[in-house]
Structures are given as C-alpha cells and as structure tokens.
Write a protein that binds this ligand. Sequence first.
Ligand code: ADP
Ligand code: MG
Ligand code: MG
Length: 188
Amino acid sequence: MVAAAGLVEQEAGRLTELDSAIGDADHGTNMQRGFAAVVKTLESEPPATPGAVLVTAGRQLISTVGGASGPLYGTLLRRAGKSLGEASEVTVAELQAGLRAGVESVRELGGAAPGDKTMVDALLPGVEALGTSLDAAAGAAEEGALATVPMRAQKGRASYLGERSIGHQDPGATSSALLFAALAEVAR
Ligand code: ADP
Ligand code: MG
Ligand code: MG
C-alpha cells in the first residue's frame, strides 16, 4: 500500500491529464487523496494480517474518494481482503484468488464488461497473469491499459463522449496498471 501510494503520488499528474481528456480531470487527485488516507490509517492502526490490510485500505478508499474509482477500488480491496481471511501469510495463488473475487465485485458494482474501456480492462489481464508471476501481472495490466486507447467507452463519465472517447487511454485502467506495478516492485 505504501508502494502503491508512492507510485500514485508520482504519476498523479499523468492520471489527471488522462482524465482531463475523457473525464473531469480528477483521477490523479482522487487516487492521491485515497491512497494517502490508506497509508495514514495503516500507520496509525497497523492491521495484523494481509487480509485486514486490504479490508482497511478498501474501507478508506470508499470513505475518502468521491469519484467512481473510490467505491470501485474500495470494493475490490475489501472483497479481496475478506477472501484472504485471517491468514498471517498468503501465497501468490491465494492473492490471485482474492483479487479475482475482488474484480468480480467491481464488475457487479459497475456493470463493466471487458472492452468497455474501464479499469476492468487492466484488472482482468493483470489478475489472470498473476498465475505466471507478479512481473507478468504488471506487464499484462500495462498492456491492458494501453489496449483501452482504441476502445469506445461504455461506462463511467467517458461514455458520455461516445465516439470522442476513442484514441485516449482510460485513466482508471492506467491506475490499475500502476497498482500492479507497485505490487511487482515490492515483491522484488
Ligand atoms: P469520476 O469518473 O467519478 O471522476 P475517477 O476519475 O476517479 O472518477 O475514475 C474514473 C475511472 O473509473 C475511469 O477511467 C474508469 O476506469 C473507472 N470507472 C468509471 N466507471 C466505471 C464502471 N462502471 N466500472 C468500472 N470502472 C469504472
Ligand atoms: Mg474523474
Ligand atoms: Mg470526478
């Protein structure tokens, strides 16, 4: 979470720039505010297990981020955290199962299918590639984010633009790739 907050901080300008093209120019600040709150809470009350870290982080994102991405990422992390249960250590396979359940919750909440030009387009390939390695997951999520460029947005604010959303990379898919990059970086 600390690594994620660091990368988000570093890339906030780019996330907001992407959101200014097809949204309302707040994705970077939304993510920054959310992850700063996550780190602050984790530092003041360190949870005992990886699952509790994710549940706490998810709850913070939901309560501090006003935009669509807050409840979506918050739900993902909470669901993933619950799936990890009380275990004090988790394997990559368990993390993958947890994140898979989390991404399912994002799809239930937001109704986005693959190809709709949302975070789901980076999250799904990222989670699937976790079966290979954390580096593979980061690469697949990055590719998924790049693949949103030619898509026409079907969900979220960008969908209001219709055809004009084509040719721009989705901000949420881009932040999802950053989160996988943070995970790979920490594991290294
Ligand atoms: P807002 O659009 O409310 O300003 P953000 O700018 O923080 O929120 O987040 C925008 C991102 O959220 C989009 O780029 C997209 O990836 C994601 N998003 C929006 N709506 C949905 C949805 N229904 N399902 C999945 N992801 C979504
Ligand atoms: Mg926005
Ligand atoms: Mg907004």
